[in-house]
Ligand binder design. Sequence first.
Ligand code: NAD
Ligand code: UDP
Length: 336
Amino acid sequence: MKILVTGGTGYIGSHTCVQLIEKGWQPVIIDSLVNSKISVLERIEKITGTRPAFVEGDVRDADLLQKVLREHAIEAVIHFAGLKAVGESISMPLKYYDNNVHGSVVLMEAMKQCNVKTLVFSSSATVYGDATKMPLKEDAPTSATNPYGQSKLMVEKIIADLCTSNPSWSITALRYFNPVGAHESGLIGEDPQGIPNNLMPFLAQVAVGRREELQVFGNDYQTPDGTGVRDYIHVIDLAQGHLCALAHAHGKAGYHVFNLGTGKGNSVLEMLNAFGKACGKKLKYKIASRRPGDVAASWADPQKAQSVLNWKAEKSMDDMCQDTWHWQSQNPNGYP
Ligand code: NAD
Ligand code: UDP
């Protein structure tokens, strides 16, 4: 099966491409490289022995998309391409709506023109807004607390309307919880530009000496140790979820939504300790004030993905920390 992977040189996309190749499927990547490096392709080739086809371009380029869909005889699309910095989305909402919402509409229109009707979309647990009832099931109420989250919700809504309008579409929205970790080879991993927004890459940069100390955003939440609790999921498990979603969706029409998480929550301090153990260092931190917009706790009920997709997260917290450390220590400054 030939699969167009938008955003395929990014963090989650690159790990998914490795697994697609290992399964014998052929990824064709389109990426503007706005948040990734071309050297990712060599790394994928080192791991798998195959260099995926790559097109440098933007998903908002309708003509290019149609050309790629036709020339490569694409059968299904995984749509990772998007911007994901919550803070930036608040200061630059139009940039986020244009890239994430308009980009998705252009993609689906091009797919329609080329009669490609199978799509897996990267959604996020952020669509559960500030829900307090845990664990989160797919039918929990949705809302958004920032333009990034709103852009994911809007695309989910557009997808649902599209599937209603024409039942021959098969579209799956995967709501990721907190992806962390890296491929066990240490050749590919998360390489944020600038100061990392997320906990795990920040911890990795403290461990490797690029940052002085972690700021723990709040220790007065209603959680066991007062710090924020999240459902961290290994990127390899997450990537596998896309293959299961594709296998399930291909040829099966309709709109499907799945949580991809482990079902377990860990606090910031638990993560700090687990990462310290993996890298063999005591990591410096200080308690800072809460980060605006953060929820106290968020974790998934992953039961639906298990029963329908036959998918379950397998990797442990130790795997997540060890693999992140392996990647970061081998690539202290990220990709060349
Ligand atoms: P990433 O930034 O590493 O990867 C996204 C890729 O898309 C990058 O390579 C970037 O260059 C590319 N891209 C962005 N806009 C593009 C455009 N208009 N045209 C072509 N390419 C474009 O991010 P990631 O962590 O791999 O996330 C992938 C997807 O998963 C995103 O849609 C993100 O919102 C979603 N998601 C991520 C997380 C997370 O914590 N990493 C959580 C939930 C959802
Ligand atoms: N966090 C933190 N310091 C940081 C980054 C994150 O204390 O430098 C906390 C954050 O408040 C949250 C948890 O770590 O409780 C996970 O944050 P992340 O940004 O990784 O994921 P999200 O909040 O988007 O789920």
